[in-house]
Design a protein around this ligand. Structure first.
Ligand SMILES: NC(=O)c1ccc[n+]([C@@H]2O[C@H](COP(=O)([O-])OP(=O)(O)OC[C@H]3O[C@@H](n4cnc5c(N)ncnc54)[C@H](OP(=O)(O)O)[C@@H]3O)[C@@H](O)[C@H]2O)c1
Length: 472
């Protein structure tokens, strides 16, 4: 059999789908899986595509099946499995062979692996792949990081298998080292926030307005025809209208309200803190998932502090207000995500292509939405903050009253809206030229002589009259 242009290790959910996608796009792909039985199963299920797939049972046979310089894609669990797989491959690799980690790696690991690869004289790319199993099979969004030359070598394959937005492939090189996995991490952080904002509007409809799941599904479906058209809005309508085959109840009504997470949202919040980047909507979404998992504690809280009702007053929140609140919250959340990307870009010397990031996210990935196309255009003019771009400034102006009204009504009724509240406070802070940190600076100077800047002088290290008084 002819040698393969690319090889893939790890035929789990994602790896199997990616291999089929690669073969479907006309490339010959060699595959290897730790457990050989899985390789056999995979080949049986591959149908006519099996013609372009080279199954192998040892790493040696896998490496031998590839055309040098070799391109090897890893789709194994992030972390130790990736390091172990690279270590097992190393003795079999030649100079310029390329290892691509396509799992959900922490970008610090990708940075380290890129340096190790240089030392070992082979190439390494860390690529973020979004879109779940369906994306992997029919077109994911791909965010690449590592040496540009390595990306260029496999770009024709990655672009062919990626999602397509009106003729443009959703696969882009983001920068050196861990840039691709960093962009993927922020994608996931935004995903957490987007999902949380949607869940909050669901809570307001269910608990505040007493609507059933079918009625919520209708609202989500209508929203999906306007500014909020997105994959997440679409699937929210789908899940809300589904019925539990076992009980006949609405599916949503039989699912425990305890959200799972694999940690990428948390990584976004951690990296934002390390960079001093304000991403309160994403942080609120991560905290909300953590709090959701405390089911017993919340049951105790509900018993100890009972509320008679959490209903919203009649007419306090309309569908139009909810939609507007969600539009404003979503724009503010993305503004924070892009701000974080910009700060990480300068900190890591990446020169991240902001409009290209928005373009990559337009199709294939979980946060794909109509709005991202407008964001890509707005980011071309490098606004200091997305909401300062004229198009989004206009949207925010039009929808902020809705966000404010909804948050006020929700808080009055005792309905938690942490992501919406965070978006509102972020906006109010960002648009208040004189804030309240002068009080914090005075306190810091009082107890620690940290000094401050006066409004009328451009020098650090000024002190208040209290400095020696309270120490005397
Ligand atoms: N699932 C998603 O929607 C999704 C979306 C985007 C990104 N990702 C990322 O993609 C990666 C793969 O995810 P998945 O969902 O495809 O995982 P999965 O279904 O659990 O498959 C894992 C694969 O890795 C192999 N493997 C596990 N440990 C290994 C080790 N120590 N050495 C060598 N091979 C090992 C497994 O082989 P065996 O058959 O021998 O166990 C299996 O083929 C992860 O980083 C994940 O976070 C997943």
């Amino acid at each position: 059999m002819a040698q393969a242009e690319i090889g893939l290790i790890g035929l789990g959910t994602m790896g199997a789908m990616l291999s089929l996608n690669i073969a479907d796009n006309g490339f010959r792909v060699a595959v290897f899986n730790r457990t050989t039985a899985r390789t056999h199963e995979f080949m049986q299920d591959a149908g006519p595509l099996a013609e372009r797939i080279v199954p192998t049972e040892t790493l040696e046979a896998f490496v031998a099946a590839l055309t040098p310089p070799r391109n090897i894609l890893l789709m194994v669990p992030a972390g130790e499995a990736v390091d172990a797989q690279i270590a097992a491959l190393l003795p079999l690799l030649d100079k310029d062979d390329l290892v691509i980690d396509a799992g959900n790696a922490n970008f610090h690991d990708s940075k380290r692996r890129a340096v190790d690869a240089e030392t070992a004289d082979h190439l390494f790319l860390g690529i973020g792949v979004s879109g779940g199993a369906e994306g992997a099979r029919f077109g994911p969004a791909i965010m690449g990081g590592g040496p540009r030359a390595a990306w260029d070598r496999v770009a024709h394959i990655l672009e062919a298998i990626a999602a397509d937005f009106k003729g443009t492939p959703c696969a882009t090189w983001m920068g050196a080292g861990g840039a691709g996995h960093f962009v993927k991490t922020v994608h996931n952080g935004i995903e957490y926030a987007d999902m949380q904002l949607i869940a909050e509007t669901y809570g307001l409809m269910r608990d505040g307005q007493g609507r059933d799941a079918t009625s919520c599904a209708e609202v989500f479906a209508r929203r999906n025809e306007g500014t909020l058209q997105s994959y997440l809005t679409e699937i929210s309508a789908e899940v809300a209208k589904a019925t539990d085959p076992e009980t006949g109840q609405a599916m949503l009504d039989v699912i425990r309200d305890s959200a799972g997470q694999k940690g990428t949202g948390r990584w976004t919040a951690i990296e934002a803190q390390m960079l001093g980047a304000p991403v309160p909507v994403i942080e609120a979404a991560v905290a909300a998932r953590n709090l959701s998992a405390t089911l017993d504690l919340r049951a105790q809280g509900a018993a100890l502090f009972p509320r008679e009702t959490r209903s919203l007053p009649e007419g306090a929140v309309t569908d139009e207000m909810l939609e507007g609140a969600l539009i404003a919250g979503k724009i503010l959340c993305y503004a924070q995500g892009f701000d974080l990307l910009a700060r990480a870009s300068s900190e890591n010397g990446w020169d991240l292509p902001m409009p290209a990031i928005a373009k990559v996210w337009r199709a294939g990935c979980i946060i794909r939405s109509a709005m991202l196309d407008d964001m890509a255009s707005a980011l071309e003019d490098t606004p200091e903050n997305l909401i300062f771009a004229p198009f989004f400034a206009q949207h925010v102006r039009a929808n902020m009253p809705h966000l404010r009204q909804v948050v006020i009504a929700a808080q009055g009724a005792g309905l938690p809206v942490p992501a919406m509240s965070a978006a509102l406070s972020y906006f109010d802070t960002l648009t208040q030229a004189r804030g309240t940190a002068n009080m914090i600076q005075a306190q810091r100077d009082f107890f620690g002589a940290h000094g401050f800047r006066r409004l009328d002088r451009d020098e650090d290290g000024q002190h208040g009259p209290w400095l020696n008084q309270h120490l005397q």
